[in-house]
Design a protein around this ligand. Structure first.
Ligand code: URA
Length: 236
């Protein structure tokens, strides 16, 4: 595929198209072994390597990140005052097109998935694709068989969900939707208060040992599994 040079470079790093134009004007971009002069020229990144300051740009159509959101951070791409999830993404992994697939409340923690692929993000959060989201919660009181049955039938107007009591006043819940405050509202419907909410899984993706505040790229295997889970062919 041939892509405009300025668009191509902007899609691979933190720069806007305007900033890329300046890089080209300043003579910092090469295509193959020649100096790039026109932002609008079309290049095929698979056939001709593009260099910025002598470093090759490894072209990838999309970027997918897993972030361990700490409590107190907004699931947003920008906010004037508050700390947002995108602030935790190191500059080298920052892309203008990154969006959040399935937000977490400000006080919630755990797996937050960021992707530049809008269709993938849409499918992961749409109930039609039945992608399970797993949450571990601390409650004000234990749950038992009655609550497990209630969740299996559907509470507070939500679809059936799987509830597993854990030792103490803890539980694991799996839902396929992702409505606003859904897990908290479901527990409130059975007389429990959620004290702490941690998302541990999104479909095939697991939070695993990622420390709070850390970000990593998905592995090629995870990307494959994720696209398969929502009936998409991976773009590249
Ligand atoms: N359910 C909630 O109540 N909050 C979240 O952040 C996610 C699911």
């Amino acid at each position: 595929v041939r892509i405009r040079l300025d668009r191509l470079i902007a899609s691979q790093g933190p720069w806007s198209r305007k900033e890329v134009k300046k890089l080209i004007k300043a003579g910092r971009v090469r295509v193959g072994d020649r100096l790039a002069r026109r932002p609008e020229e079309k290049v095929d990144p698979e056939a001709e390597p593009v260099f910025l300051d002598g470093e090759p740009l490894f072209y990838r159509r999309h970027l997918h990140l897993l972030l361990h959101k700490p409590p107190g951070v907004l699931s947003a791409t920008r906010d004037r005052e508050e700390a947002v999830a995108l602030d935790l993404v190191p500059e080298a992994l920052w892309r203008r097109e990154l969006g959040i697939a399935g937000r977490l409340d400000k006080d919630a923690e755990g797996l937050l998935f960021l992707t530049t692929d809008g269709e993938l993000a849409h499918r992961l959060t749409h109930p039609r694709w039945k992608v399970g989201k797993v949450y571990e919660v601390d409650l004000d009181a234990p749950v038992g068989e009655a609550e497990v049955r209630a969740f299996a039938q559907g509470v507070a107007g939500f679809r059936p969900a799987r509830l597993e009591p854990l030792p103490g006043a803890r539980a694991r819940v799996t839902i396929e939707e992702g409505k606003h405050h859904q897990v908290k509202r479901m527990f409130r419907a059975v007389g429990r208060e959620v004290k702490r909410l941690v998302r541990t899984r999104l479909g095939p993706l697991e939070l695993g040992p990622l420390a709070p505040g850390e970000v990593r790229e998905l592995t090629p295997e995870e990307i494959d599994e994720l696209y398969r889970a929502v009936g998409l062919e991976e773009a590249d």
